[in-house]
Design a protein around this ligand. Structure first.
Ligand SMILES: [Zn+2]
Length: 234
C-alpha cells in the first residue's frame, strides 16, 4: 500500500503537532510482533509521543500472550517467543487443563485473559492506521471495540469474509487481515485479524457494533502453551 500524505495531527488522539507536542513514527502493526528478518516497508504513521508511550506496554503484553497461543507451526516464530520469554510484561494464566484452541483443536495448556482494554487500544490503533492507509484519511468519530474471537466466532467470520468480495492482506506470516466495510461508508465495519496463524481478533466500528451481521461477543481468554511461560527466568 502506498503511504498517504502525513497528517499534521496525531492519528490516535487527533491533537495537532507543535513545538510542545512532538510526532513520532509509529509502526501500525507493532514491530515487536515480527520475527527476523522483519518484512521490508512495514507501514508507519505519525502519532504523538504520549499516545505511543501509552500503547507500547500494551502491545508487548498482547504479543506475549499471542506468541504463546497454540499454533500449528510452533517453531515458526522462535525469536519472537524468545523475546517474549525475556519480557517482564505477562498476564498470569487463569488455569491449566485441556482446552479447545482458537484453531479448533483440543490441547493441553493454560488459558490467559488478555486485558480487554489492551485488545481494544492496540487493535483499535492497528485498525485506525490501516484505515488511514486504505482511505487516506482518519477514521471518523465512531465507537470502536475489539475482541479476541472464540473458534466458533472465527468460523462465522471466515464464512462472512469468504462470501463477500473481501481482500485478505498477508503482511508476513505473523499478520493477516481483512476489512468488511461498505465502500460508501467505510467508518462502519468489521476488521478481522489473524496473528501468528493462531489467534483471531475482530474490531467493530460504528454502526456495526450494534447493527452488523455479527454481534460483539464477551471478552474471551486465549489458550496458551505452557512451554514459553515455563522457560521464563523466575
Ligand atoms: Zn496522540
Amino acid at each position: 500500500m502506498r503511504r498517504p500524505k502525513r497528517l499534521p495531527v496525531c492519528g490516535l488522539c487527533g491533537a495537532a503537532f507543535s513545538a510542545s507536542l512532538a510526532h513520532t513514527d509509529d509502526h501500525i502493526i507493532p514491530k515487536g510482533f515480527y520475527s527476523q528478518p522483519k518484512p521490508k516497508n512495514l507501514m508507519t504513521w505519525w502519532v504523538c509521543l504520549p499516545c505511543q508511550r501509552e500503547l507500547n506496554p500494551r502491545e508487548e503484553r498482547l504479543r506475549n500472550i499471542f506468541i504463546s497461543a497454540h499454533s500449528h507451526k510452533p517453531g515458526l516464530f522462535k525469536d519472537v517467543a524468545e523475546k517474549a520469554s525475556r519480557s517482564a510484561r505477562w498476564e498470569a494464566p487463569l488455569r491449566s487443563g485441556w482446552f479447545r484452541s482458537q484453531t479448533g483443536i483440543q490441547v493441553p495448556g493454560a488459558i490467559s485473559m488478555p486485558d480487554p482494554i489492551d485488545v481494544t487500544m492496540v487493535f483499535g490503533k492497528i485498525t485506525r492506521g490501516l484505515f488511514y492507509f486504505k482511505h487516506e484519511r482518519l477514521l471518523g468519530d465512531v465507537p470502536l471495540i475489539a475482541r479476541v474471537l472464540r473458534p466458533e466466532h472465527f468460523d462465522v467470520l471466515v464464512d462472512l469474509v469468504t462470501e463477500l468480495p473481501v481482500k485478505i492482506d498477508v503482511m508476513g506470516e505473523e499478520f493477516e487481515w481483512a476489512a468488511v466495510c461498505p465502500d460508501e461508508n467505510p467508518d462502519h465495519g468489521i476488521w478481522v485479524y489473524v496473528i501468528y496463524g493462531a489467534v483471531a481478533i475482530a474490531v467493530w466500528t460504528g454502526d456495526f457494533i450494534t447493527l452488523g451481521p455479527f454481534p460483539v461477543p464477551e471478552p474471551t481468554p486465549v489458550v496458551i502453551t505452557d512451554s514459553i511461560r515455563k522457560s521464563r527466568p523466575r
